[in-house]
Design a protein around this ligand. Structure first.
Ligand SMILES: Cc1ncc(COP(=O)(O)O)c(C=O)c1O
Length: 377
C-alpha cells in the first residue's frame, strides 16, 4: 500500500480536514476493531485465560522495544506520561541545590513530577527560556552546569515544533554526570529515535498521538541501570511468579525482571492492549524513517504555501519535519481555531503558534481546505 492510500485505513469523512495528530491521532479502522474484539472478550470473561494476563503485555513490550532499539526487558507499560515521569523522578537521587533542567512552556506532565521532587529534596528547577533564534539545543546545552542532576525534556517542543538534538544534550549531561529523561509524546512514531544512540536514563511516550493508538496507555523505557528501582504502585502482577494464580497469596517481595516492576496496575488492558498492538504493528510495517520522510515533504509544501499569507515556520534546519507551529506576522486571530473548525479544518493553537500536525491519513484535499479556510478568515 502506498502512503497516498492510507486515508482508507481511517474513518475520516472527506469533508473533515483533521490536521491535529499532536492533539490525538484518529484510530485506524483495524485498531478500532481490535478494541471492539477486546470489549467482546471482556463481555465473555470465561474466554480470558490466566495466560492472557501476560502474553499480550509481553508482545507490546517487544513491539515498542523494536521501535526504539531496546529489549522487552527495558519496557514498562504505563497509563500516561505523567505516571512515567513520576516513576523516573522518584528513582533519580537528588540533593539540595541540584538542578533539574526543563524547557520553558514544557508540557506539564514533564514538569509537575519534578516540581514535587524538587520540593521534597531541596533541588531546583532550571527553566530554559524560549531562545530568540529557535535553537533549543544550544540553549539547553548552555543550561547544563555542574549543578545539573537531571535534564528532562522532549525531542520536539510541543508548541513550536523545534527539534532538540538529544545526542548533543546527552553528551553535555554526561560531562557533568546528569541523568537524561525524555518525554517523546510529540515525536516517537514519526521522528526516528534509538535508545542506543541517545542513551536516555528514562523515556516516556503515550500511545494516543504519533503511535496512532488509544488514549490511556503508554510506555516507559528504563535503562538497565535503573531497573532495580521503586515503582509507584505495589502491584501483584509485577511480582515474581505472579503467573501462578493459585499462589498469589504467597506474598513475594521479588519483582519480575527488568522494567516490568514499573508497570501500572491492571496493565493487561484487555480492550486497549490489542489496539496498541495493532497500531504498533502497522507503524513498524511502514517504518518510522519512511513516515518521517513523507510527513516532512508534506509539511514543507504547507510551509511554502503558508509563507504567501504571512505565516512563518521555524527554519527547516531547526524544525522537526513531522511537526509545524506557525506564527503569523500580524499575530493570530484569538478565535482562529474555532473559526477553522467551523469550516471543517481541525488544528490547535499553542502559545503564539498555529499548530498543524498531519499524518498519513491526510491528503491534498485536506491541505486545500486548510488554505481555503485560512484565506476566508
Ligand atoms: C509533550 C507532551 N507530553 C505528554 C502529553 C500527555 O501527557 P499525559 O500522558 O500525562 O496526559 C502531551 C499531550 O498533549 C504532550 O504534548
Amino acid at each position: 500500500m502506498s502512503f497516498e492510500d492510507c486515508r482508507e485505513l481511517f474513518s475520516i469523512p472527506p469533508d473533515v480536514a483533521y490536521l491535529n495528530c499532536a492533539y490525538m491521532s484518529p484510530l485506524m479502522r483495524d485498531v478500532a476493531r481490535a478494541g471492539a474484539a477486546g470489549i467482546e472478550s471482556e463481555s465473555q470473561p470465561w474466554t480470558l485465560t490466566p495466560d492472557g494476563f501476560f502474553t499480550r503485555s509481553e508482545r507490546l513490550r517487544e513491539l515498542f522495544a523494536r521501535l526504539i532499539g531496546a529489549t522487552a526487558d527495558d519496557v514498562a507499560i504505563v497509563p500516561s506520561v505523567s505516571y512515567a515521569i513520576s516513576t523516573a523522578a522518584r528513582n533519580i537521587a537528588l540533593e539540595r541545590g541540584d538542578e533539574i533542567v526543563v524547557l520553558d512552556e514544557q508540557f506539564p506532565s514533564n514538569v509537575y513530577p519534578w516540581r514535587e521532587r524538587a520540593r521534597e529534596c531541596g533541588a531546583e528547577l532550571r527553566t530554559v527560556a524560549v531562545p530568540a533564534d529557535d535553537d533549543w539545543t544550544v540553549a539547553v546545552v548552555a543550561s547544563i552546569t555542574k549543578r545539573c542532576a537531571v535534564v528532562s525534556i522532549p525531542a520536539v517542543h510541543w508548541a513550536y515544533g523545534t527539534l532538540i538534538d538529544l545526542v548533543a544534550v546527552r553528551r553535555a549531561a554526561d560531562a557533568v554526570g546528569a541523568k537524561l529523561v525524555l518525554d517523546l509524546a510529540q515525536s516517537l512514531g514519526a521522528l526516528p529515535f534509538d535508545v542506543r544512540e541517545v542513551r536516555p536514563d528514562f523515556m516516556a511516550c503515550p500511545t494516543y498521538k504519533w503511535l496512532l493508538g488509544p488514549y490511556a496507555m503508554g510506555f516507559l523505557y528504563a535503562a538497565p541501570h535503573f531497573q532495580q528501582g521503586r515503582p509507584i504502585e505495589q502491584g501483584w502482577i509485577t511480582r515474581r511468579g505472579s503467573e501462578d494464580f493459585a499462589h498469589l497469596v504467597d506474598y513475594q517481595d521479588e519483582f519480575q525482571p527488568g522494567a516490568r516492576r514499573y508497570d501500572m496496575g491492571e496493565r493487561a488492558q484487555f480492550t486497549l492492549a490489542p489496539m496498541v498492538e495493532t497500531a504498533l504493528e502497522r507503524l513498524l510495517g511502514w517504518g518510522v524513517d519512511a513516515i518521517y520522510s513523507e510527513l516532512s515533504l508534506r509539511n514543507r509544501a504547507i510551509v511554502e504555501r503558508a509563507a504567501d499569507i504571512g505565516f512563518i515556520a521555524v527554519p527547516d534546519a531547526l524544525r522537526a519535519g513531522h511537526y509545524l507551529g506557525l506564527r503569523h506576522t500580524d499575530g493570530l486571530d484569538a478565535e482562529i481555531v474555532p473559526k477553522l473548525a467551523a469550516r471543517g479544518v481541525y488544528v490547535s493553537r499553542r502559545g503564539d503558534c498555529l499548530r498543524i500536525t498531519q499524518h498519513l491519513y491526510n491528503n491534498d484535499n485536506d491541505v486545500d481546505r486548510l488554505f481555503a479556510a485560512l484565506g476566508s478568515l
